[in-house]
Design a protein around this ligand. Sequence first.
Ligand SMILES: *Cc1c(COP(=O)(O)O)cnc(C)c1O
Length: 462
Amino acid sequence: MRYISTRGKAPALGFEDVVLTGLASDGGLYVPEDLPRLSHQELAEFAGLSYAEIAFRVMRPFVGGAIDDGTFKRLVEESYASFHHDAVVPLKQLDANHFLLELFHGPTLAFKDVALQLLGRLLDHFLAKRDERAVILGATSGDTGSAAIEGCRHCEHLDIFILHPYQRVSEVQRRQMTSVLADNVFNIAIEGNFDDAQAMVKASFADQAFLDGTRLVAVNSINWARIMAQTVYYVAAAVALGAPHREVSFTVPSANFGNLFAGYIAREMGLPIRQLVIATNANDILHRVISDNDFSRRELLATLAPSMDIVVSSNFERLLFFAYDRDTGAVDALLERFKHEPASLADAPLERLRALFSSYSVDDAEILETIRDAHARTGELLDPHTATGYRAAERCNRHPEVPMVTLATAHPAKFAEAVVKAGFTEVPLPEAMSDLLTREERYEVLPASLEAVQDYIARARR
Ligand SMILES: *Cc1c(COP(=O)(O)O)cnc(C)c1O
């Protein structure tokens, strides 16, 4: 399997290099040159298989022989053994034809675990094979940092450094990172805000001299392996609801669009998906593109669904590549324009997207109303991100006869602030994490100085 850049000016790579590389050298994102197909017969054979077995069969063609089957199967099985539910991603029926796909049973209670549990193991496998070490560096204001730490804590060949703004992340989110006491895990609290931390990560990727040649790897959602791993739960959920004999629709709380793009890929591979609904919070660039063809930046808003607070949706570029029928020149030109000024899509690609996607934006007041409403009607307590999905699914469903699956991207205890604001008193942590608030923590507080941070990393790494 070969992977090419959405901008068309970077070399094609195999799976191993794509996993180790992240962003393409021309600024684009890697996508498979040809998508594997899931035949009617294959999908029918998935009925009754375990999640790990479906995962192995769906992802195997993307790996394309870069890892032998036995080893890949073991990595997949280990990744999903860390989930606290036998179904890994259980489906829950909410009403006659609306389902919730619970993606939050992993170690950090949010859907990012599904991809990062596997990505850590893939990186470690390839580094071991090459007899190399790598440093993972990222800045986080919430979910990605903890999921990446949990994904890498057992990796022999990786050291992971995660920067968070000192005293500016919630206690649950901080403790999910700082209570991992593995000796390859380093948490740095920066005396500054998230943008300061992010700027230091960017500067470190731009000039890696401080690492003396050790590879630096990013943990953001542009890594192809994350998309690949997320494609699996669309397949597993659709099969559980009757695919390939029956169509299914999905609604996805979206920000960088990695999650929903994985659903698009599943459909391109042959999964019978009827409709895909994009749910956003008040940071609504994706909704504005689909509804008004307004592809432009707006100021960042801090919302009750903070893991969806973005200005630019990085993985949307991958969707544009397919909407523009793989015309990399057109994609490159559009994204260059978008960098400097408001842009809009050409008619044909926009029509293509509108035939499949609908969108809806949910502001904070509507998030709170939805949490209350969903609880009254179904008994389910939704986290604020999932609430955007629940509301968008109701507002946008064009085919009520087709089962609608809303992806539940986080456990309500992880975002208790919003749930309490909605009027609920207590949101207990799940059992596996009930002692989180008393676990020992370890982190280093550093000034917002690039030199201090790089110096610490260079000395601390193994
Ligand atoms: C990251 C995240 C999202 C957004 O997912 P994208 O792949 O960036 O669209 C939604 N909900 C939660 C809880 C998240 O952590």
